[in-house]
Design a protein around this ligand. Sequence first.
Ligand code: NAG
Ligand code: NAG
Length: 272
Amino acid sequence: MCSKVSYRNYIRIASKMRMLLLFFLATIVVSSSQGSDLGLSHQIHLLRPQSGNQVPGLSCLSWRLGVETRNIIGWTTVPKECEGYVGHYMLGYQYREDSKVVTNQAIVYAQSLKLKGDGKDVWVFDIDETTLSNLPYYAEHGFGVQPYNSTLFNQWVITAKAPALPESMKLYKTLLSLGIKVVFLTGRSEEQRTVTTNNLNHVGFHTWEKLILKASSYTGKTAVEYKSTERKKLEKNGYRIIGNIGDQWSDLMGTPTGNRTFKLPDPMYYIS
Ligand SMILES: *[C@@H]1O[C@H](CO)[C@@H](O)[C@H](O)[C@H]1NC(C)=O
Ligand SMILES: *[C@@H]1O[C@H](CO)[C@@H](O)[C@H](O)[C@H]1NC(C)=O
C-alpha cells in the first residue's frame, strides 16, 4: 500500500520537518547565547553549556550510565563539567524517550497480569522525578551541580507548581483503567501533605489509594529503610504490590520491593 506518491510526499514532509528543526535549533542557540542579556534567566529552556570546561577523561555520558545502573553511588552533586550535558539531556527529547521506554515496559507488564480484581492490587509510585517533575527548579540550580539546599527546594515544593511527568501520567491512567490502585510513597515530609495533594490534583492525578509521606519518626533513617518499612506495612494490610516505580534506586530496594520494579532516569541527584 506504500505507493510512490505517498513516499514522495513523505520525503517532502520529512525535508520540511528538517528545516523546521534546524530553525528551532538555531533559535535555541541564539536565545541561549543572548538569554542573560535579555533578562530571560528565569526561563527553563535557558541552557548553559560549559564547553571548554571539560575535565580530561570524564565522559558525561559514561557518568550518567554509571549513575543509572547504580555503579556510581553515594554522589552528592553532578560534576560541574556535566552541567551542560545533564541540562541538555533533561530538557531535550532523550529524557522523555528514556522515560517512555520505562513506562511502556511497565504498561506491557501490567496488561499481561491476571488480577484477582479484589481491589488489593496496588502499584507504588514515588513522587519527585517520578510523578511530578522538579525540572523548573533544577533548571535554575545547575541541574544538580549546586549542592542540595533543602530550604530553597522546599520553597519550590510549597508553590505546588511541579508539572506532571507525561509518560508517568500515561502509566497511571492505564493502571487505573486495569483496576490497579495507586499508592504514592514519597520522601516528602508529612507537613507537605496539603501542598502535595494540591499539586497532584492540579496536574491531573486525581485519585489514589494512599498517599504516604515521611513521618517525623523516620528522621535520620535512609530512604531504603523508610520506604521498605512502609511497603511491608502495605503487604501486612493485605495489599499486593505488583509494581513499583521510582527515579531512585532507594525507591526500589529493601524488602519487599514489589513484584517488579521500574527505574526512571534521574541524573540530577542521588538519595540513599
Ligand atoms: C540555602 O539557601 C539559602 C538562601 O539562598 C541560604 O541562605 C542558605 O545558606 C543555603 N543553605 C546552605 C546549606 O547552603
Ligand atoms: C507476585 O509475586 C508473588 C511471589 O512470587 C507471586 O506469588 C504472585 O503471583 C505475583 N503476582 C503477580 C500479579 O504476578
